[in-house]
Design a protein around this ligand. Structure first.
Ligand SMILES: *Cc1c(COP(=O)(O)O)cnc(C)c1O
Length: 366
């Protein structure tokens, strides 16, 4: 067993069994005498990996037949541009819900392409950060799409409801929550997610797009590689895909199927998050979470000590006992525990125990 518990926000930890399998297969994949990295991407062997991973993802997420599944490069950041470049009509109009650092990046990129408006932003409720109710959103009925970020990885804010945008396609950046809870794909026009947080390794990005949104001719002079149509017609094999990342993601999908699927993982994820928020809420203000309980993230628990000068002491002492990468994102500071699908409940238990001991060891000076 590995001794380190890795709370990194991305790339996130991978299950030990996935890493063991990759290790065992490293030099000789399925009796080919070659590493998977060395196999031609158009050969029958790699095709098997590609097809199985798509089938597993479709199965795990219950993806309807009229949606394409693409395995692309460029991370979620490339999607910030690909979405407007491909989905905008001649109107070039889109609405963005801005609830944290990532959706802000998404809207900034989209604004380069057309008439992009912020439909809603974070609000405060009892001095805590909260999500705006949809009744207060300013959605334009003739927009080409509405974009939102169901889980804000840096801010620790998560929607536990799905916006209703009527006939306007809903686009979601699910990078840090894909496969962590059941969703109904039919409610979305397009879903994208970098794999390195909840479903695999950096280098590959999943796009799930409804067939009618795949434009044969984008209104912009969109490079061939950045057109969804290219990847749909070539089944993500237009150019050389990141084969090793794809393979690791495939192993991760297999692991998820063996570990209860999305609904099974969701139960564990809820339990893990609850344990952490409980120790924060029961610390009599020693630990503080600035996110309203109605929208606290299941995946990224963002908190800090009331005395923020102690955050770094906490992070350093935690690292000494093997609880690593707890530092909050440089933009928001504080502490962040990312507890994606691969984080075992025992890892969360270790952090909870550490938090209690730390509080006793460093009482607030009165
Ligand atoms: C990590 C993250 C991104 C950026 O992903 P890259 O793969 O680094 O481009 C975008 N959106 C969200 C919600 C993220 O968590």
């Amino acid at each position: 067993m590995r001794k380190i518990v890795n709370f990194n926000a991305g790339p996130g930890m991978l299950p030990e069994s996935v890493l063991e399998k990759a290790k065992a297969e490293m030099l000789d994949w399925h009796q080919t005498g070659m590493s998977i990295m060395e196999l031609g991407h158009r050969g029958a062997d790699f095709k098997q990996v590609a097809e199985q991973s798509e089938a597993d993802l479709r199965d795990l997420m219950n993806i309807p037949k009229n949606y394409h599944v693409l395995f692309l490069t460029g991370g979620a950041s490339a999607q910030f541009a690909m979405v407007p470049m491909n989905l905008m009509s001649e109107r070039k109009q889109a609405d963005y819900v801005v609830t944290g650092v990532w959706s802000k990046k998404a809207i900034e990129e989209a604004a380069r392409f057309g008439d992009v408006e912020m439909a809603a932003h974070l609000i405060y409720r009892n001095q805590l950060v909260a999500l705006p109710e949809q009744a207060d959103w300013n959605l334009r009925p003739d927009s080409d799409f509405v974009h939102y970020t169901p889980n804000e990885t840096i801010d620790g804010v998560e929607f536990n409801w799905v916006p209703d945008t009527g006939d306007v396609p809903l686009v979601a950046d699910m990078s840090s929550m894909i496969l962590s809870r059941p969703i109904d794909v039919k409610q979305y026009g397009l879903i994208y997610a970098g794999a390195q947080k909840n479903m695999g390794q950096a280098g590959i990005t999943i796009v799930i797009i409804r067939d009618d949104l795949v434009r044969k001719k984008p209104v912009f002079l969109t490079p061939t590689l950045y057109q969804y149509h290219t990847h749909v017609t070539n089944h993500s094999f237009y150019n050389t895909p990141p084969t090793y990342s794809w393979y690791i993601t495939g192993l991760m999908l297999e692991w998820m199927k063996e570990n209860g699927g999305v609904s099974g993982l969701y139960e564990i994820n809820k339990r893990k998050a609850k344990k952490l928020y409980e120790v924060i809420d029961q610390s009599q203000g020693y630990y503080q979470c600035k996110v309203h309980p109605s929208c606290r993230s299941l995946m990224n628990v963002v908190f800090g000590l009331a005395d923020d000068a102690m955050d770094d002491v906490f992070i350093a002492e935690a690292a000494k006992v093997g609880l690593v990468n707890l530092k909050g994102h440089r933009v928001v500071g504080g502490i962040r525990a990312s507890i994606y699908n691969a984080m075992p409940e025992s890892g969360v238990d270790a952090l909870v125990a550490f938090m209690k001991v730390f509080q006793e060891k460093h009482p607030v000076k009165s």
